[in-house]
Ligand binder design. Structure first.
Ligand code: ADP
Ligand code: MG
Length: 425
């Protein structure tokens, strides 16, 4: 998959509609984590430096088609203004005469931010008229919102069908890093999949089983696999209706000669709460009234041995109930181990909201090769599906090399949101 990027577009003096993912956490009207804003700075800075007139657009939260004052983008515009060192005003509404005016008044090298797109229900239904109104703001379309690329909305697909559509630098990097996992991973290639439920991860497991050399299963999800192995899991989170599917994944892995690591010892707790009683026991001996909440040390050792030679690792999903400090040990230990493997030169890519949070909590993000900004989008990508917001972007014609040199030799644009050092990009 090779998409044209902002570098290939002629943007000087043009109005450029840029779909960004500024869906950031807010508290008391302040942005509490600006990594998504920082992640799009390279694209925004590039466009401004080229003398484009930049119309930024994003959603924030789930206002479901109604104006919600708590979900206005003003705090985001303020943070962006600070980070860019130049004023980025926010419009009162994504549509309307005032907004049309503000867009028309933009001069070369200036940017504004449209108000929350999801204040209009037409955004999520990809209403053609709404898309046309957004497209009328600009001559060129750029998508840098990888985190929303799995949604076919007006700003991710509708507008991109009307205007010539290019990938931003963040989008480019996400596609490059994730497609390399599927197409050309350095081997051995290991995947660690954890998190809450098998049902949400089944398609990605199906696809990864045919690609990886090592598959580590942990978190609540692994409990269903323990059931598939004929073990009992007590009161642990498990999906009894998914046991056959889990067995199918294990059979596929065996056929493909994939080394599968399942927990051999676990931490069990009386309740899934802070301050409860807990202990480490073999996975064969889960008492009926206890909950599995983390991996045991023996399992951690097995995982580290299995990953010791890996040249590529993908990780999604915490390996225990990491929100409770006593049950975060396994997740934290793997995060530290993977950071060290990345230091040694392995390609280590992480996707998924909670796994990324676990890494950021420990301040390890910078050491990873790539931390995807899209939780759901990265999983859908690794399921092998083409994301609608990616599909709609212009493909690079087969014979034309990228502007500024061949694609292989080109250096990755630096991104700042803990998206790694890109040293092998
Ligand atoms: P990600 O966001 O990284 O894709 P998920 O959303 O799939 O991850 O899963 C994260 C959740 O899984 C966390 O809230 C964590 O508490 C939960 N979890 C992990 N292990 C267990 C377990 N053994 N029992 C119950 N919940 C678990
Ligand atoms: Mg999650």
């Amino acid at each position: 998959m090779d998409k044209l990027t902002v570098r290939d577009a002629d943007v000087t003096g043009k109005r450029v509609f840029v779909r960004v993912d500024f869906n950031v956490p807010l508290e008391d009207g302040k942005v509490t984590d600006d990594s998504r804003i920082r992640a799009s700075l390279p694209t925004i800075r590039y466009l401004l430096s080229q003398g484009a007139r930049v119309v930024l657009a994003s959603h924030l939260g789930r206002p479901d088609g109604k104006v919600q004052d708590g979900l206005r983008l003003r705090p985001v515009a303020e943070r962006l203004t600070m980070l860019l060192g130049r004023n980025v005003p926010v419009t009162g509404d994504a549509l309307g005469a005032g907004t049309v005016d503000a867009v028309n008044r933009l001069r070369n090298g200036e940017a504004l931010l449209l108000e929350n797109l999801r204040f209009h229900a037409e955004e999520e239904t990809d209403d053609p008229e709404f898309a046309q109104q957004l497209a009328d703001y600009a001559e060129v379309y750029v998508n840098d919102a990888f985190g929303t690329a799995h949604r076919a909305h007006a700003s991710t697909v509708g507008v991109a069908k009307i205007l010539p559509a290019y990938a931003g630098f963040l989008m480019e990097r996400e596609i490059a890093m994730l497609s390399r996992l599927l197409e050309d991973p350095a081997r051995p290639f290991a995947a660690i999949v954890g998190g809450a439920k098998v049902s949400g991860k089944l398609k990605v497991l199906d696809n990864l089983v045919s690609k990886v050399d090592v598959l580590v299963l942990g978190g609540g999800m692994a409990n269903t696999f323990l059931l598939a192995q004929g073990k009992s899991v007590g009161k642990s989170l498990a999906e009894h209706d998914m046991v056959d599917e889990a067995r199918r994944v294990l059979t596929a892995a065996e056929k493909a000669k994939v080394q599968v690591i399942l927990p051999v010892d676990v931490v069990v707790a009386k309740e899934v709460t802070r301050g409860t009683e807990y202990k480490t026991i073999p996975a064969e001996k889960i008492p009926a009234s206890w909950h599995i909440v983390d991996l045991g040390v023996e399992t951690l050792g097995l995982i580290q041995d299995a990953l010791a030679e890996a040249k590529t690792v993908f990780w999604n999903g915490p390996l225990g109930v990491f929100e409770i400090p006593s049950f975060a040990h396994g997740t934290k230990a793997i995060a530290r181990y993977l950071a060290a493997r990345a230091d040694d030169g392995a390609t280590v890519v992480v996707g998924g909201g909670d796994s990324v949070a676990a890494i950021q909590q420990q301040g390890l993000a910078e050491r990873f090769t790539h931390i995807s900004t899209g939780g759901g989008a990265s999983l859908e990508f690794l399921e092998g599906r083409e994301l609608p917001g990616v599909a709609v972007l212009r493909d690079r014609p087969a014979e034309s090399p990228a502007k500024g040199g061949s694609k292989r030799r080109r250096k990755a644009q630096p991104t700042t949101a803990g998206t790694g050092r890109g040293r092998r990009a």
